[in-house]
Structures are given as structure tokens and as C-alpha cells.
Design a protein around this ligand. Structure first.
Ligand code: ZN
Ligand code: ZN
Length: 310
């Protein structure tokens, strides 16, 4: 049977890796598929911490399916084509497991599709193991629980669903970790930012959204000290502008999120600053503003921007 590649979105976060690793294993057991979990980018510091902690080899990074001689893929933690592999339009999509909005997605053949509005794709994968009574290896439970902690910011994000905590507790037990203790260590591992260049900071967790004909880039940096990141505001703005020019983004919004107090400062450059102001009912000062209680791009940034752009 020919190989099927399983991967999360570009600029992968811990959930992109974990959901691909978890679902690849599950698909072998349940659907007897010949799967391999791969990635569309290198793991970030947080993901590296989790992979090391549970002694998992980092999945290979691939550029296109054609270069792998593969024509069938499974998408996890995303479905929008512009967030996927470069040759997605040429490929057969066997299935999708996701927790984002459904957009820019179409197939010619019937497809396995599981999307739920929960905190993490890994939460869905974890429950699929239970539903199908498939035993979860310790390392898989470990990487899945890491992704749930990461996506929900240890259950503080408004994207958190009650089922996330339930399945995370179950997975943590199998993985042999204490949720709170391991969770804080994991989140802290991801905020070691001082050594990173502006371009690296901007690509840690960035996605592009087509909004009413405009291409809006929204990046997020998690930190325990917003002020420390803002000392680099000028250099960050310069990098945001040059990335926009190179890639045709009309706007670039950077969320700097305080993971301990659950707030964000947003930095906005581009053609539609007034739309961003309307979206959040704020006035930007020096291209930025503080958004109290905002930590989720998916729930507290993108829907508001979508409305303002329409
Ligand atoms: Zn993700
Ligand atoms: Zn996710």
C-alpha cells in the first residue's frame, strides 16, 4: 500500500506536530493505513521540549508531496489550503482532523473529516483513541497532552472546551506527568525569545488569512514579559513591513501574548490599520494597543477582523 503523509500546518506549533504523530499512529491501527507523520517546518522551542521529554524523534520536514513520491495526504490541525503543503491542490486528501474554521477547502472525492470546536486537534485525537479502544503508548499520550496544554495555555484560553481538560487528565496519567507542573515547564520552554531574530520571532506562529480580498498576516508570540518584547518594537515593525512587501500581505498584525496574565498587546502595520481599530474598538497609539483578556487568535482576533474587513 502506498504511503500516506500526515502533517499539520505550516509554521507548525506543538498541536500541528502532536496531532499528526497521534493520528498517524491511530490511522495505522484503526484504518490499516501506511502512514508517516511529517512536518511542514522545524519544531519550535516548546515543541522540542515536549519531543525531548517524551523521547520522540522529530518528524522529517518536507517541502512538497511530489518530492516524496506521495499523492495522498492527511491534514491535521488545519484545513485551509494556504496553510498546507505547497502542492496540496494536486493531491488526494484522505482525511482531516481539525479544530479551526473550515475555509478554502474542497475535494473531488469523499473524505474522512472530523472537525470539532474544541481547544486542540490533539484533544480530538486523544478522544478517538478512547472511542476506538486503541491503547495509547506513553510517548503518544505525552505529546498529545503537551499540545492540549499548549493550545489552551493550560486551560486559560477562551478556546478551551470542558472536554479538553477531561482528556488531558486521562492522557497525563498515561504519560506519567502532573498537568500543572509539566504544563508550566512546557509553556516556559516556549518563551525563551531573547536569542531570536525579529524574523524568527515573526515566524514562530504565523498564519495568513484572506479577508475580503486582502491578505492579512497574523503572528503570535507567547511571553511572560510583554515589555521585554516591546523594547524591539522598531526592529519588529521593520521586519513586518519587509515580510509584507515580499509576500504580498496587506497587513501584518503581531499579537504579543502574556501567558501568565492572559492579555495581549497587538502591533499593527499595513494598509488597513483603521479596520483593525474598528475590529477591536480601540485607537492604536504608536501602532499598538493593549487587549485585555485576549489570548486567542482564532476566537478573539480573526472573527473580529473578518467582520471589520467585510
Ligand atoms: Zn496549530
Ligand atoms: Zn491546534
Amino acid at each position: 500500500m502506498s504511503k500516506i503523509l500526515v502533517f499539520g500546518h505550516q509554521n507548525p506549533d506543538t498541536d500541528a506536530f502532536a496531532s499528526a504523530i497521534g493520528f498517524s499512529y491511530l490511522a495505522k491501527q484503526k484504518f490499516k493505513l501506511n502512514t508517516e507523520a511529517v512536518a511542514l517546518g522545524q519544531p519550535n522551542e516548546e515543541t522540542k521540549y515536549a519531543l525531548d521529554f517524551f523521547k520522540i524523534d522529530s518528524p522529517r520536514v518536507i517541502k512538497s508531496a511530489a518530492s516524496e513520491n506521495v499523492d495522498t495526504v492527511i491534514l491535521t490541525d488545519h484545513n485551509e489550503f494556504q496553510q498546507s503543503i505547497s502542492d496540496i491542490k494536486e493531491l488526494t486528501i484522505w482525511g482531516v482532523v481539525d479544530h479551526h474554521r473550515i475555509a478554502n477547502f474542497a475535494t473531488t472525492d469523499p473524505v474522512f473529516f472530523r472537525a470539532e470546536p474544541v481547544g486542540s486537534s490533539s484533544s480530538i485525537v486523544g478522544r478517538m483513541f478512547k472511542e476506538n479502544q486503541i491503547e495509547i503508548p506513553k510517548r503518544i499520550a505525552g505529546i498529545l497532552v503537551s499540545a492540549i496544554i499548549s493550545d489552551t495555555l493550560l486551560f486559560k484560553s477562551p478556546t478551551t472546551h470542558p472536554s479538553d481538560r477531561t482528556i488531558a487528565q486521562y492522557l497525563a496519567k498515561i504519560a506519567g506527568v502532573d498537568l500543572e507542573v509539566y504544563g508550566l515547564e512546557l509553556l516556559k520552554a516556549g518563551v525563551n525569545l531573547a536569542s531570536k531574530s525579529e524574523n524568527e520571532l515573526l515566524s514562530l506562529d504565523a498564519k495568513t488569512f484572506p479577508l475580503n480580498g486582502q491578505n492579512v498576516r497574523v503572528a503570535q508570540i507567547n511571553t511572560v514579559n510583554i515589555a521585554e518584547i516591546l523594547t524591539r518594537q522598531n526592529a519588529l515593525e521593520k521586519a513586518m513591513k519587509s515580510e509584507s512587501e515580499q509576500n504580498g500581505y496587506s497587513d501584518f498584525i503581531l499579537m504579543i501574548t502574556d501567558i501568565l496574565n492572559s492579555n495581549s498587546e497587538i502591533l499593527v502595520v499595513g494598509e488597513n490599520q483603521s479596520k483593525a481599530e474598528a475590529a477591536f474598538n480601540v485607537k492604536l497609539q504608536d501602532n499598538r494597543t493593549f487587549l485585555k483578556g485576549v489570548v486567542s487568535r482564532k476566537k478573539q482576533i480573526i472573527p473580529q477582523l473578518t467582520e471589520a474587513f467585510e
